[in-house]
Design a protein around this ligand. Structure first.
Ligand code: SF4
Ligand code: SF4
Length: 182
């Protein structure tokens, strides 16, 4: 044993070093959150669970065009389209809509592809379950997410420059045309 090592051991130098470091860190701002009691403030551009949106008058925005399905790189969207005629106006809509959240990679391509901003990403991330099948979100569940997290979805669309936040939004928004059947 060298003299240097001997003194190191006698004066517990390593322990003193560790104590010094611990003391120094007691003055550093903590970064750890005590989840679930504390939660992170997520940015508006955050890509969480997808939701389907209604217009302000309660009409479903989705027109069942399948563009989101075509844009999805994970092939986890399935849209079944239908047509409806009310007061002589022909309207397209999705009769069924499924997103397999176990396959979704949260790329946001489906939201970008939608011509009527019917899809939005929310800040919802707490939907873990032991039942994998319940992670296939169907149309009612997607509209429920969209309804409960409407502000998140809207903020997402604004953050990604797909929708405006002010009054001009209504004029700026593209609405899929309805056709009068001949
Ligand atoms: S976020 Fe990406 S992977 Fe998920 S459903 Fe949309 S397009 Fe598919
Ligand atoms: S969510 Fe949008 S892109 Fe997908 S089917 Fe509906 S209207 Fe088309």
């Amino acid at each position: 044993m060298t003299i240097r090592t001997f003194f190191k051991n006698v004066f517990f130098q390593e322990i003193l070093k560790a104590l010094k470091l611990t003391f120094k860190h007691s003055f550093v701002k903590e970064v750890t959150l005590q989840y679930p009691h504390q939660k992170l403030q997520l940015p508006d551009a955050h890509r969480g669970a997808l939701g389907l949106l209604y217009y302000d008058d309660g009409v479903e925005r989705c027109v069942g065009c399948d563009l989101c399905q075509a844009a999805c790189p994970s092939h986890c969207i399935r849209v079944v389209s239908g047509e409806d005629q009310e007061n002589g106006v022909l309207r397209r809509f999705a009769t069924e809509f499924y997103i397999d959240m176990t396959k979704c990679v949260f790329c946001g391509f489906c939201v970008e592809a939608c011509p009527v901003n019917a899809l939005g990403m929310t800040k919802l991330y707490e939907y873990s379950t032991a039942n994998k099948r319940s992670l296939i979100f169907d149309k009612p569940r997607l509209y429920e997410v969209g309804k409960n997290y409407y502000n998140d979805a809207k903020a997402y669309l604004v953050a990604h420059n797909q929708e405006k936040a002010d009054e001009s939004a209504e004029a700026w928004r593209y609405r899929f045309p309805s056709f009068t059947k001949q």
